[in-house]
Write a protein that binds this ligand. Structure first.
Ligand code: F6P
Length: 466
């Protein structure tokens, strides 16, 4: 039987019940791998003075992880550089923040080559290889160069931008050409798939063979939309855990006679945090009679702090949150709690359950699993309301949320007012449909759809030899 080899930049095998604080990608991959024989390969998160390619392998909770250290220059040029200063801002429509530096591009190529060479001895002839996210787009090309003909799939967790945005990337053709070394490329939504198709057809003079296959660069590629979901079973268990219950009780006690509004995001400029804070500010300004009836809690653990844009936004958010409290707080009360700490997922589940409103308003987001976790954590008899950005991939599935333009503090303020005033009947009706979708389109459905499509991707590798 063929094994599944998952490759991603970050490798975070589960450490035990609920204590993980890692992001959506890592949780989804851990859940996906638990059902398959195989391994998860990627970066250890550590650096060494010179790259050795030595593998550290361990099996935790049924998942075997093999990780490799990178060297300092790799961290600067590949992770902080090309991945997070070039591709991340570009894919999230922040061309103003995207840095173009040939050293970053070279570092990106080098690390992808190193990953391929380190992984090579672990690959069996029938193994399926599933590569994840923008850090590793050229990995299949490097593996093909080493002679591998295995089926290799790629899943992009972040948005694929519109043609005009993507073409601001110098040497964009080379990146897309490398994607044609995969057998299958998956996107979070049909919208991203169509944006990719448009690029291939108009810029690379490709040909659409069927609704799900393209020909370009002398090769054929299967593509598709595979919206990622939650590990719904695991999350339901987590919501009932003692730690989640305790956190829920704690938050309920802290908000007696008040409604809790909650946001949970990695501290990233793509998450729309400034606009959200301004939206809350406007809500307080517009609704003096409701001021003492709400508490907004924003949890935003810091991330990628070596990148200047992240340090800058952190400073702006500190100032904004301070200003909101200074403006509206009273001797016995303040409206806003802004926390940069990381919380365990079971604790977050408890916080979500205690909240009347969940605010998920990224300016751009591939999917956003916080939106799904918020829904999964609610009390069916008295659920909270989800306010969701129309520019999160999740909005394509979660139509019963209150959809907003995250660029508009006014719209956010209006949605807060509407959510807080919503009748229980309407909350139950909206939540019921959202929850059904979260359960149905879960991480298992995502994994099975992608792996199933990859297993029958029958692309001829003959052209690759040339
Ligand atoms: O897809 C983006 C993503 O990989 C998320 O899944 C994850 O939460 C985040 O980025 C992690 O970022 P980093 O590995 O840079 O901390």
């Amino acid at each position: 039987m063929s094994r599944l080899i998952v490759v991603s930049n970050r490798v975070s095998p589960p450490t035990g019940a609920g204590e993980e604080t890692v992001g959506g990608l890592a949780m989804a991959l851990a859940a996906a791998l638990r059902q398959y024989t195989g391994l998860w390969f990627g970066w250890s998160g550590k650096t060494v003075p010179a790259f050795t390619g030595a593998l550290d392998t361990q099996t935790i909770d049924g998942v075997t992880a093999a990780v490799v250290d990178l060297e300092e220059a790799d961290l600067d040029e590949y992770y902080n550089g090309y991945a997070n200063k070039t591709l991340w801002p570009l894919f999230h429509y922040r061309t103003d923040l995207a840095a173009y530096d040939r050293a970053y591009g070279a570092g990106y190529e080098r690390v992808n080559r190193r990953f391929a060479e380190t992984l090579a001895p672990l690959i069996g002839p029938d193994d399926l290889i599933w590569v994840h996210d923008y850090h590793l787009i050229p990995l299949a090309r490097e593996l093909r160069k080493l002679g591998f003909r295995n089926r290799i799939g790629f899943f992009l967790h972040v948005p694929w931008p519109a043609h005009q945005v993507f073409t601001t990337l110098p040497n964009h053709g080379a990146l897309v050409s490398a994607m044609f070394d995969y057998d299958l490329v998956g996107f979070q939504t049909l919208e991203y798939q169509l944006a990719f198709e448009e690029y291939v057809l108009s810029e690379a003079r490709g040909v659409q063979l069927t609704a799900n296959s393209l020909q370009a660069f002398g090769r054929t590629l299967k593509i598709g939309a595979f919206p990622i979901g939650l590990d719904a079973v695991d999350f339901a268990r987590m919501v009932k855990s003692p730690r989640a219950r305790r956190m829920c009780d704690q938050m309920t006690a802290a908000t007696v006679f008040r409604s809790l509004i909650v946001g949970v995001d990695r501290l990233d400029y793509s998450k729309g945090l400034e606009e959200r804070f301004e939206g809350f500010d406007r809500f307080l300004a517009d609704n003096p009679d409701m001021r003492r009836e709400v508490l907004m809690l924003q949890i935003a653990p810091v991330s990628r702090e070596s990148v200047e844009a992240y340090r800058e936004i952190r400073g702006r958010l500190d100032a904004l949150s301070g200003r909101i409290n200074a403006e509206y707080a009273d001797v016995d009360w303040n409206p806003f709690r802004y926390v940069n700490k990381n919380y365990r997922r079971d604790e977050l589940a408890g916080i979500y359950r205690a909240a009347r409103v969940g605010v998920v308003t990224p300016l751009r987001d591939g999917m956003n699993l916080v939106a799904k976790e918020f829904v999964a954590a609610q009390d069916p008899a008295d659920p909270g309301v989800l306010i969701l950005s129309r520019f999160a991939g999740a909005a394509r599935q979660m139509h019963q949320a209150l959809l907003v333009n995250p660029n508009s503090p006014e719209e956010i303020a209006d949605a807060l007012k509407r959510a807080l005033a919503m009748s229980k009947l309407e909350r139950i009706r909206r939540w019921g449909q959202l929850f059904e979708n979260v359960q149905l389109d879960d991480v298992t459905a995502w994994r099975d759809a992608f792996v199933g499509a990859l297993a029958c991707a029958n692309v001829s590798r003959a052209a690759l030899a040339s």
